[in-house]
Design a protein around this ligand. Structure first.
Ligand code: ATR
Length: 288
């Protein structure tokens, strides 16, 4: 008798989701969600959806009309998704961008941003003793990723956040907009004093990524107890992390942020809060 197992196919009631972006070919999300769908034996599909920015609004509505459960939205469409949503989560509104859209049964589009969640969950999984309230955080960069990280750290009770950005004005504008007295803009490059009593250092810039310039930073004076993390995950161990590790600081790489940020969408669309495991990390990093 023929067995269904090697021929597992979609059914007439498969749940559909995907990632929209332009380009989208670099996205690890189809592989990541595909792994979870297979692991949990879910009748569903998660696909790459290359959509040019000009077609974004139409595409989003079409996916809803096609019966999709939801989509992830990536660069450059994270901001474009905001006005399209009928409802925004508090964190999406505060971050000013949407990365997870769920199509409700009544046709409403619900926008969320799970980047800050992914950032925090990654640190909590990899450094279970982390106490975000234990000391100042130093955040490098003032782009979209920085904004999600800042809001998440504030929500976790960080007592002070120092932002340093090449373009100081951008950091100042971000601080003004978030309007929390715990945020202070400091010099770029960093003065050693900015690191002296830090509990956490986060790189949210693209520096250190494959093909990008190196992040030049002097960690002299950073307490040994400080945790250093990078949202760059290609390479997995950036120069920043290697430098920090060498001097004895605990480090957490950025891959987990990508994996954890995907959990809320998968949970809503496919009904299971999936696990981030060492095997998943390995699987996502396998060459194409
Ligand atoms: P994302 O949404 O991923 O955060 P972004 O908004 O383009 O991307 O932000 C990129 C960040 O990396 C910014 O903080 C940027 O600094 P500027 O605001 O001065 O542009 C930082 N960055 C990129 N290239 C850099 C470089 N060569 N030197 C210093 N900072 C750099």
């Amino acid at each position: 008798m023929i067995s269904r197992t090697p021929y597992r196919t979609l059914s007439g009631t498969s749940r559909l989701a995907g990632v929209m972006g332009w380009p989208v070919s670099h996205s690890k999300s189809p592989r990541l969600h595909g792994y979870w769908l297979a692991k949990y034996g879910i009748d569903g599909c998660y696909m790459p959806l290359p959509v040019e920015p000009d077609n974004f609004q139409d595409a989003l509505k079409s996916l809803r009309n096609l019966g999709f459960s939801g989509v992830n939205v990536t660069i450059p469409q994270k901001e474009m998704a905001m006005p399209e949503c009928d409802e925004l989560s508090n964190r999406a509104r505060r971050i000013g961008a949407v990365n997870t859209v769920t199509f409700a049964k009544d046709g409403r589009m619900l926008g969320d941003n799970t980047d800050g969640f992914g950032f925090i969950e990654n640190l909590c999984q990899e450094a279970p003793n982390i106490d975000f309230a234990s000391g100042p955080a130093v955040v490098l960069g003032a782009g979209g990723a920085s904004r999600a990280v800042l809001i998440a750290l504030l929500d976790e009770g960080s007592p002070e956040i120092r932002i340093a950005n090449r373009t100081r004005k951008r950091a100042e504008d971000l601080a003004t907009e978030i309007n929390d007295p715990r945020i202070n803009v400091v010099n770029w490059p960093l003065d050693p004093a900015s690191l002296a009593d830090a509990a956490l250092v986060v790189n949210t810039t693209s520096l250190g990524m494959v093909g990008q310039p190196k992040l030049e930073i002097d960690l002299e004076g950073l307490p040994q107890t400080a945790l250093v993390t990078d949202i760059v995950y290609a390479p997995l161990i950036t120069d920043l992390l290697a430098q920090a590790k060498k001097r004895g600081n605990q480090v957490v790489d950025g891959l987990g942020m990508l994996l954890h940020q995907a959990r809320p969408g998968f949970h809503r669309w496919f009904g299971i809060d999936p696990e981030v495991t060492p095997e998943l990390r390995e699987f996502v990093l396998l060459p194409d």
